[in-house]
Structures are given as structure tokens and as C-alpha cells.
Design a binder for this molecule. Structure first.
Ligand code: CUA
Length: 177
């Protein structure tokens, strides 16, 4: 029952449907894109917890042999800023476990975190710092310690029999140096 009239009607209807579908597709994709951008923005700017990887080595033992990771592991890089080179080993944090990290109030600290053996989780309680210590990889995360007090470094990645005792200390106090 195909007359010239119904053909023209079908064609006109088809054009309108295509236009509507295109518009709604555009609206849907735009909404998804905006939500995605908003999510990324919130994570980066609101929580500031995006950890960076500063270096990856083919030999997993390399990072713990680097000069920066020797000695106290603490380097002052400015009036209020410090770099801390942190190694997790079963079952201690260096620095932190044998000797507590001592820093002044207001210290802006960039932690460079690696592991000397297996996976560990570097978490400082009461802060946004939480990253995985991976052999052969140096992770990077920054934080400003505005409040005096003792902060506990814990391991939040199961790493063997002593996992629950893998604890370090950061003592913030004594004012700006
Ligand atoms: Cu180290 Cu759990």
C-alpha cells in the first residue's frame, strides 16, 4: 500500500526522527562528558589525593640504593619545605619506625615512597596520604602539616606476619625552623 503520499510522509517523519535522535544523543554525550569532567575536577581539587609516580626502574632493587634514600631520608628544600625519602620493608618504615620523623608545624612535605621488598601501603593517619609502596617504583605525594601532633604511618597492604606492626611515627611540633 505504498502511494506517493505515504512515501513523502514517511520521509518527512524519518527526517524529524533523525533530528530528534541526533539532538538527544548530543545532550546525553554532553551530560556524560560534563559529569566526567566534574568527577576528575573534584578528585584533583577537592581532595588533592592524586599520587604521582616520579620514577620507574627495571630493577626493583634500584630505588632503595639511590643516594636520596640513604641516611635520614629527610632533605630540607626550602624555608618550610622538605623532601622525605621513604622505604617500606617487612616490617618497618625508614624513616619513621626506628627513628620518628621530626618536622616543624607548617612543613610542606613531599614524600617519595618506595619498597625494598614486597608491596606495602603507605598511609599517614589523619591525612589524605595513602599510596602503595611498590618495589622499583618511586611514588610521590605532598602534604602540608598544619597541626602539631603525632601522626602514625601505617601499612595498609597485607605484607606478611609482621604487617600489623609495620608502624612509624611523624612528630610535628616545635614551630617553623
Ligand atoms: Cu607492610 Cu603491610
Amino acid at each position: 500500500m505504498s502511494t506517493e503520499h505515504t512515501d513523502r510522509f514517511d520521509a518527512a517523519f524519518h527526517d524529524i526522527a533523525v533530528r530528534h535522535e541526533r539532538n538527544w544523543m548530543f545532550i546525553a554525550v554532553t551530560m556524560i562528558a560534563l559529569l566526567f569532567i566534574a568527577a576528575v575536577f573534584l578528585v584533583v581539587h577537592d581532595y588533592g589525593v592524586v599520587a604521582k609516580t616520579s620514577a620507574i626502574y627495571s630493577d626493583p632493587n634500584t630505588p632503595s640504593t639511590l643516594a636520596d634514600f640513604q641516611g635520614s631520608g629527610v632533605r630540607q628544600t626550602g624555608p618550610d619545605s622538605y623532601s622525605v625519602y621513604e622505604i617500606g620493608r617487612a616490617w618497618s618504615w625508614t624513616p619513621g619506625t626506628a627513628t620518628p620523623l621530626q618536622l616543624p608545624v607548617g612543613a610542606r612535605v613531599t614524600f617519595y615512597v618506595t619498597s625494598g621488598d614486597v608491596l606495602h601501603g603507605f598511609e599517614i593517619q589523619g591525612t589524605s596520604i595513602n599510596l602503595t609502596a611498590i618495589p622499583g617504583v618511586v611514588g610521590e605525594v605532598s602534604y602540608t602539616f598544619d597541626k602539631a601532633g603525632t601522626y602514625m604511618i601505617i601499612c595498609n597492604e597485607y605484607c606478611g606476619a609482621g604487617h600489623q606492626a609495620m608502624i612509624g611515627k611523624i612528630v610535628i611540633g616545635g614551630g617553623r625552623s
